[in-house]
Design a protein around this ligand. Structure first.
Ligand code: F0G
Length: 457
């Protein structure tokens, strides 16, 4: 087989900024060892997130010019609405400024004290919105999903036995919604199988619990189903996506991922009464229902991006490029989540830095080391992001200690990725010199965004 190439050529470029290691030592210290506090001009290769960082296509930029900025009834909204209806089969479409705005609206309505939201794994903003409403979020990830080094085709699957038990214990009436995140971002970007979605849907139907999809990366998940699940090899990705959505009562979406947009999101659903409540909240928080939190031009860019992402040449390149970096690291013995996920490479920081205890945040320590060595920005998905304190004040760690290198869509070329691999391998060879960190300041919610840390001496 020949090399799988980037299925695009470059029309417009932007500079990246070089710094020296000496400069980065100061930058990291001044940013309190938190990558969110580093200025992006001080970053060489920015793998902090794949969210809102995509390169838009010439067609999307053309759509930006076509965008109609009418307050009500813009044709851009109707193109947006029709595209989403076509992909999801859901008739009621509500635009929002990004994924978490959809979550805020949904959980403000359905959440509240003594309620439980069940999931394969809730993303951090989803969990935070659930908890902010007074409710609790509970993850039931399958056993193989908890083991970074053991490959399995669908490590994003929900553990249906635990789900059934939980429903029996807590009572279905206290569970307003089940949410399946595709792909499972916080668990390694791993896909969920169609069979698992169907099985969860069956349990939900039997218990009268609606099922929503957190659909940020629906196209990447659908492509994994095509590659790995029996019976889907010859199906076009748009049909697979349609089937995936057909099992759901609704979805939340951040268009900053698979829609290649720099901003945007939506809620889509079948339930008229729920949609009415959502739109009532939408007008006081986001905007009028035909633009939500967006400009007409954003609605155009999203509608075009949603169709582009299902191009199978693109998806083949996308999935392959993540696998390419993952395999280079595996070849050098670097512990990574296996197999490769859909949008990011996840390093198992607990294994990489086995001399640093979880209380000293090995993931965050590795994030700092990658920045120092090569100007690469990554993010910790571990106990800084998900850790909590017990009543005794002791850290209750997150499920895993991962470092995510999220690859923005259509942005970096293969030589950028080769460079990233070289830096990680060099850091791996010198890993014993890396020190743990302690928190010196933190916020009560989503603390990883603003926490200040310093090295443990
Ligand atoms: N759900 C998932 C699975 C996500 O990955 C994100 C965002 C959201 C919801 C929220 O969407 O950012 O548009 O409000 N993930 C980004 C990331 C931030 O870096 O993974 P948003």
């Amino acid at each position: 087989m020949k090399t799988i190439i980037e299925p695009f050529k470059i029309k417009s470029v932007e500079p990246i900024y070089f710094t020296t290691k000496e400069e980065r030592i100061d930058i990291l210290k001044n940013a309190f060892y938190n990558p969110f506090l580093i200025r992006s001009n001080d970053v060489l290769i920015d793998l902090l997130t794949d969210s809102g960082t995509s390169a838009m296509s010439s067609n999307q930029w053309a759509g930006i010019m076509r965008g109609d900025e009418s307050y009500a009834g813009s044709p851009s909204f109707f193109r947006f609405e029709e595209t989403i209806q076509q992909i999801t089969g859901m008739p009621l479409v509500i635009p929002t400024h990004q994924g978490r705005a959809s979550e805020k609206i949904l959980f403000s309505i359905l959440g509240g004290k003594e309620k439980y939201f069940v999931s394969n794994t809730l993303f951090d903003t989803t969990r935070a919105n659930i908890e902010f409403s007074g409710a609790e979020g509970v993850d039931f990830i399958c056993e193989e999903g908890k083991l970074p080094s053991i490959p399995a085709p669908f490590k994003g699957n929900m553990d249906t036995d635990s789900l059934i038990k939980f429903i029996a214990t807590k009572g279905a009436e206290n569970i307003p919604l089940c949410i399946i995140t595709v792909t499972n971002n916080s668990g390694g970007g791993q896909p969920v199988s169609m069979a698992n979605i169907k099985a969860v849907k069956k349990i939900c139907t039997e218990n009268n619990i609606p099922l929503f999809i957190d659909a940020c990366r629906f196209a990447e998940n659908s492509y994994f189903i095509k590659l790995r699940e029996d019976g889907y090899a010859d199906k076009p990705v748009n049909e697979i996506a349609k089937e995936l959505f057909s099992y759901a009562d609704g979805c939340t979406m951040s268009a900053k991922k698979d829609a290649f947009a720099n901003i945007g999101g939506f809620l889509a659903m079948h339930d008229e009464a729920l949609a009415l409540q959502c739109r009532n909240l939408l007008v006081i928080t986001e905007g009028f229902p035909t633009y939500g939190g967006l400009a007409g031009r954003d609605l155009e860019a999203i509608a075009i991006g949603l169709m582009e992402v299902m191009d199978e040449h693109y998806l083949q390149y996308r999935i392959r490029s993540i696998e390419y970096l993952t395999n280079k690291l595996i070849a050098e013995g670097v512990p990574v989540m296996q197999p490769a996920g859909g949008h990011a490479v996840y390093i198992d920081a607990k294994a990489f830095l086995d001399h640093i205890p979880v209380e000293q945040y090995p993931g965050q320590a590795l994030v700092g080391a990658l920045y120092l060595e090569g100007g690469i920005r990554s993010v910790e998905i571990g106990s800084l992001m998900f850790g909590k304190y017990g009543e005794d004040g002791k850290l209750i760690p997150g499920q895993m200690e991962l470092v995510r290198l999220a690859i923005p869509r259509r942005v970096y070329t293969q030589s950028h990725i080769d460079y990233v691999a070289e830096v990680i391998i060099e850091v791996f060879q010198n890993r014993k010199s890396i020190k743990g960190l302690k928190i010196i300041e933190e916020a009560p919610m989503l603390r990883h965004f603003t926490a200040k840390l310093q090295p443990v001496e």
